[in-house]
Ligand binder design. Sequence first.
Ligand SMILES: C[S@@+](CC[C@H](N)C(=O)[O-])C[C@H]1O[C@@H](n2cnc3c(N)ncnc32)[C@H](O)[C@@H]1O
Length: 288
Amino acid sequence: MCTEPLAEKTLREYAFAPRDFELVKRMIYARAGIALAGNRQEMVYTRLTKRLRATGSPDFSEYLNRLDKNAEDQEWEAFVNALTTNLTAFFREEHHFPILAEHIKSRRNGQTMKLWSSAASTGEEAYSMAMTMVEAFGSIKPPVRILATDIDTNVLATARRGIYTTERLENMPPARIKRFFLKGNGRQAGFVQIKQELRDMITFRQLNLLDTNWPLYGKFEAIFCRNVMIYFDKPTQYRILQRFTPLLGQEGLLFMGHSEIFAHAADLIRLCGRTVYKKVEQDAKRER
Ligand SMILES: C[S@@+](CC[C@H](N)C(=O)[O-])C[C@H]1O[C@@H](n2cnc3c(N)ncnc32)[C@H](O)[C@@H]1O
């Protein structure tokens, strides 16, 4: 195994010593729960050098120590934004959306039902949930509100704007595109914007899943927490799941990513479909 410090391997703009990487790992873990693998040095270097330049920091030590010393420093936001991975797509893991539609229709009770996209990234997941609801109820005003949250303020700004390149719609049926998107012309050619009615169904807010105080009220009929748990270690995953379950309605569904396995949380959630979970009811737990 090569243990040479990164800075010595190639000529770099900034020296990046193993102790700098270890400090970044400790800081992002404490702040966002993200457990960076040992092979992420190159990624960290590339992403954070932009922050060193933007802040005029002379080196990694100065930049990291500045943050480490002051938990309130405004640069923390940009530091976290730089280190998140935001890959997403419209109707990603498509099999979830018919399950969501059936579930919500079966739960219809004359009241507004709440859904939560808890690692929303640039918004495609929440907009896919909204389109699914409009299609399921045959109404542009279905009885549903969607909360969409993420730790990363940059992706949330993109999500709120609801503007995407047309390539992002590659696999979407034309009827869906026509119904839910406005096509850009002139300088906006090559871009689409989500129609206002759909945007009105969603509230985008910053929320760190690691925070001990989530300002959330009432129960959700469904929580999407897809493709973010993979960045957390098992104790962190367990603590987050412990906090999801009281927020789920009695029959509420928890939608998780395809590569996320929760055998260690079998006392909290049980599989009820492909990567779809329900909470384990307290009574059932006591009977065991
Ligand atoms: C790979 S994206 C997944 C997006 C979407 N859920 C999907 O499956 O397509 C992971 C998202 O989790 C967010 N994230 C990472 N750590 C987080 C935390 N502690 N709290 C909230 N969101 C977090 C990232 O900012 C990123 O946008």
